[in-house]
Design a protein around this ligand. Structure first.
Ligand SMILES: Cc1cc2nc3c(=O)[nH]c(=O)nc-3n(C[C@H](O)[C@H](O)[C@H](O)COP(=O)(O)O)c2cc1C
Length: 212
């Protein structure tokens, strides 16, 4: 008996969105400096999924992530660094999207995540207690899967909770339409699910706080 990916990842209708998810803040960190970065576009799609599940979303793409090389204790406190850290601090959940570069996450994404060391002494350090949706986009499946694994490892190291479902996508002409929207139905569903799961985790956190 066979099964289809669609059977596994189809979600309940959006009308069923948890009221506790309303207004949770989900940020997207990802992209490349390439014009019309595919990584940024798949991230935008996943954030759309989060928005449809009730979240307020914000995408931090290559411009926001164009940060100086991080060094412990010498983080240059530029306005851009401050904005980046403040967005992470305020977030109830995060979606990280990286291209596969030479078999793993790109330097730009790793550098941005290294900046979270600056949040180590906070009441809610790093990404503690927050859902982290992970998305990888690469030229081939091996790099996509390896990149997804690395994103999950980094999310764990930052005390975040990688969502059960992560998306490992292969860049191809059929992934996007002419206007840059994700047109591949399976990829679109996977990205939507990542967005939903981050919001679900944020709603669970709210529920837990209400019951304490
Ligand atoms: C420096 C560099 C290294 C790359 N390394 C790999 C790789 O090891 N494996 C792979 O499948 N694709 C690799 N690629 C292809 C990218 O993962 C792919 O083009 C991805 O879609 C880029 O994302 P973007 O559209 O957001 O720029 C590499 C691309 C670049 C620029």
């Amino acid at each position: 008996m066979g099964w289809k990916t669609e059977d596994v990842i189809l979600r309940p209708p959006l009308d069923d969105a948890d009221p506790l998810a309303e207004g949770v803040r989900i940020i997207g960190i990802g992209g490349t400096t390439r014009r019309s970065s595919g990584t940024e576009r798949v991230l935008a799609h996943a954030l759309g999924g989060a928005a449809r599940a009730g979240a307020e979303t914000k995408l931090l793409g290559s411009e926001a992530l164009d940060l100086p090389l991080y060094g412990p204790g010498v983080a240059e406190v530029s306005a851009r660094v401050r904005r980046f850290l403040s967005a992470v601090r305020r977030a109830d959940g995060v979606i990280v999207a990286s291209p596969g570069y030479h078999g793993t996450i790109s330097g730009m994404i790793k550098n941005a995540l290294d900046y979270l060391e600056e949040l180590s002494d906070e009441e809610r350090p790093y990404l503690e207690g927050r859902g982290v949706g992970c998305i990888a986009l690469a030229g081939g499946p091996q790099a996509a899967v390896a990149t997804l694994d690395t994103l999950r490892t980094v999310a764990h190291a930052l005390r975040g909770w990688p969502t059960p479902f992560g998306a490992a996508l292969v860049a191809s002409h059929s992934l996007f339409d002419g206007s840059g929207e994700v047109k591949d139905a399976k990829a679109a569903m996977q990205l939507e699910l990542v967005g939903h799961q981050v919001v679900e985790m944020a709603a669970m956190q709210r529920q837990a706080q209400l019951s304490t």
